[in-house]
Design a binder for this molecule. Structure first.
Ligand code: G1P
Length: 289
């Protein structure tokens, strides 16, 4: 039986070195796209997929992320006193049900697989989603909700995938593909960041996953993979053949906000979707191009 998806793990322990000095004293997941931090996009996307339990895997210097989802009593009281209803409203989705968001620390940066393993007590025996907040997807139906629909169709493990230029396979987890109906593709193998000549396809994983809890026992082996890190991709590869495993070609546009150009592009794309900003942004863009 397919268990209901209620849990999400948000790995947020990365140092954000690509965005220094901006990330010297704050978490990279707090960087805003337009006016909302990356982490909040991830939490809202998870909620839209029916998720109501969250675990952030944090590290040193990440306390702003915890504060962000707490009640800001003085701020809210001041806004209320001043009748700033729009500002108050904008805070609404930063509030979480009491007890619905927990954090665990990844004390040492041993890789994404290790970060997920750190959340094992939260995961327990349940299916869970992973959202990497650096990957932002602009879509009519939020990406994780598309993935959840596919999960309820197929059961088992599902990752969001997209074709990348062949020379970029060394940046992503890459699928070896089986049966493929153009939307759902059967996963026959997974390789983390293969050189283009070794890549089994150019179908890459983006930062949205729905996984079965059994992946934890494989991650617990702490096998080192690409970059000498404990790779989530390698842990997932052990599930192939044991459980259903599919890739979903999601609808939408993905922005790699861990990269400066991707981050700037996301600002423009998201601003152009905002009724209050679109015209002004359009006008100034004409000036630059
Ligand atoms: C991670 C995963 C990789 C995946 C990517 C998606 O890599 O290890 O398999 O394709 O996220 O963004 P990272 O971006 O942390 O190097």
């Amino acid at each position: 039986m397919t268990k209901k998806l209620r849990k999400a793990v948000l790995p947020v322990a990365g140092l954000g070195t690509r965005f220094l000095p901006a990330t010297k004293a704050t978490a990279k997941e707090m960087l805003p796209v337009v006016d909302k931090p990356l982490i909040q996009y991830a939490v809202e996307e998870a909620r839209a997929a029916g998720i109501d339990q969250f675990c952030m895997v944090t590290g040193r210097g990440k306390t702003a992320l915890v504060e962000h989802f707490d009640v800001a009593y003085e701020l809210e009281a001041t806004l209320r006193e001043r009748n700033k209803t729009d500002a108050l409203e904008s805070l609404r989705s930063t509030q979480t049900e009491p007890g619905s968001m927990v954090t665990v620390r990844q004390q040492v940066p041993l890789g994404l697989g290790h970060a997920i393993w750190c959340a094992r007590a939260f995961i327990g025996d349940d299916p869970f989603a992973i959202l990497l907040p650096d990957d932002l997807v602009l879509a009519d139906q939020p990406c994780l909700a598309q993935l959840a629909d596919a999960y309820y169709e197929t059961g088992g493990n599902i990752v969001a995938v997209t074709e990348v230029p062949p020379e970029q396979t060394n940046r992503y987890g890459i699928l070896k593909t089986g049966r493929d109906d153009g939307r759902l593709v059967e996963v026959k193998g997974l390789v983390e960041k293969p050189a283009p000549k070794d890549a089994p396809s150019n179908l890459s994983i983006i930062g949205r996953y729905i996984l079965m809890p059994e992946v934890i026992k494989y991650l617990a082996r702490m096998e080192r993979g690409a970059g000498n890190e404990v790779q989530l991709t390698d842990g997932m590869a052990h599930l192939i053949g044991e459980q259903p495993f599919h890739g979903l070609r999601y609808q939408g546009r993905r922005f790699d906000c861990g990269d400066k150009v991707g981050f700037l592009e996301a600002q423009i794309a998201f601003a152009l979707k905002r009724p209050d900003l679109a015209d002004a942004v359009h006008t100034f863009l004409k000036h630059y191009v």
